[in-house]
Design a protein around this ligand. Structure first.
Ligand SMILES: Cc1ncc(COP(=O)(O)O)c(C=O)c1O
Length: 382
């Protein structure tokens, strides 16, 4: 029996050498590698500024805080709970909108219907590697004067009509090991707004505009003097993580191309099966397949299907069930009364299959075979 994990980071000797080089230097916290990583990342996404940070969760939180969003924020419930937790942490109120069943991304018409005079921001989530309908969301944000924040944790390198996600509003990225590239833990904030960038950069390091490295290297004035412009945090990414990130970023397009080839192979092999629906890519999108998500037909027992794949060594999983409005804390606040019929239906039908650059042809064939066997098992009530 094969053992195929859900995700596997793609690391080479180059990442190890880069980290070791920094470990051999005197500078371990935010330093020269961060500066280089931030410049290269901004260039890759196509924005003026990028700020390295310790996680996407912190990126989301600071994006809201720095934009002074305190009212209602419209976001999907069909996402990882970190997206909504950041809204609550920033002192704002989540308002959940429904999704499209085909892409599992937030539906712009449903989001529009939930806008009130209290709405201050749209927080879109590019699910699993595919961009949301950014023309529609940008238009909504412009017409209603709302901040536009993109949770792009699951879509690094993905495009909407040739433009990278994270370049439309304030982009928030994750380098958690299951993502398209990794630094162990870590993230990045991207924006074209240089004032917002300055604020977020300072908030990452206690609200002080200069870094320890700047002050240590400075020969001007009284470099030890520090003054907080805002009450900030310590959300810094280390210099050795940034060194690893630089190598991963240099390999990102190749890693994403491998994911795209695997996804194409799986979709071809799984198309036409009764009982499952392979993922759909909308026109104008470059999908980067952080996840490969299928949907089971009504009448099939999704949980038994996933368990059956796991028994065969295929570490399938479910993203996301329960959706956020049904999770304990959110349900206790009454969010479970929200009407989200597509979210409810999708969360009961979806299953995530393994997806990472290092999958082999044999692995992919084994996954397809395991899906066929698992499809025989889970007839509901059988
Ligand atoms: C959509 C989404 N948002 C936020 C996060 C949180 O990212 P991090 O683990 O870097 O805080 C994740 C990752 O798990 C995610 O999938």
């Amino acid at each position: 029996m094969r053992n195929i994990p859900l995700c596997r980071p793609d690391l080479t000797e180059a990442e190890k050498e880069a980290v070791n080089e920094v470990l051999g230097s005197d500078w371990l916290t935010h330093g020269p590698k961060n500066v280089e990583f931030e410049e290269r990342f901004a260039e890759y996404i196509g924005v003026r500024r990028a700020m390295s940070i310790n996680s996407c969760s912190s990126a989301l939180f600071l994006s809201l805080l720095a934009s002074e969003v305190r009212g209602e924020v419209i976001l999907p419930s069909f996402t990882f709970v970190a997206t909504a937790n950041a809204v609550v942490a920033a002192g704002a109120r989540p308002v959940f909108a429904d999704i499209d069943y085909d892409t599992l991304n937030m539906n712009p018409d449903d989001a529009a219907a939930r806008i009130t005079p209290r709405t201050e921001a749209l927080l879109v989530v590019h699910f699993g590697g595919q961009a949301c309908d950014m023309a529609a969301f940008q238009d909504l944000a412009d017409r209603h004067g709302l901040a536009l924040i993109e949770d792009s944790a699951e879509t690094l390198g993905g495009e909407y009509h040739g433009r990278k996600t994270g370049s439309f509003g304030t982009g928030c990225f994750s380098f958690f090991p299951t993502k398209n590239m990794t630094t162990g833990e870590g993230g990045m904030v991207t924006t074209d707004d240089t004032d917002l960038a300055d604020r977020i950069f300072a908030l990452i390091g206690h609200g002080i505009r200069t870094t320890t490295h700047d002050r240590t290297a400075s020969r001007e004035g009284l470099p030890w003097r520090r003054s907080a412009d805002w009450p900030g945090f310590n959300f810094r990414m280390t210099n050795f993580q940034a060194a690893m990130g630089l190598v991963q970023l240099g390999r990102l397009d190749r890693m994403n191309a491998a994911r795209q080839a695997h996804a194409e192979y799986l979709t071809r092999a799984l198309s036409g099966r009764t009982g499952i629906e392979p993922p759909l890519v909308r026109p104008g999108r470059t999908h980067v397949w952080q996840m490969y998500t299928i949907k089971l037909s009504e009448g099939l027992d999704r949980d038994r299907f996933v368990l059956s794949l796991r028994e065969r060594g295929v570490a399938a999983s479910v993203h996301f069930d329960p959706p956020i409005h049904r999770q304990t804390w959110y349900a206790a606040q009454g969010y479970d009364r929200a009407e989200l019929p597509v979210t409810e239906r999708a969360s009961g039908r979806i299953a995530t299959l393994p997806m990472y650059p290092g999958l082999t042809r044999e692995d992919l064939d084994y996954i397809v075979e395991a899906v066929d066997l698992a499809l025989e098992a889970p007839r509901a009530g059988a």
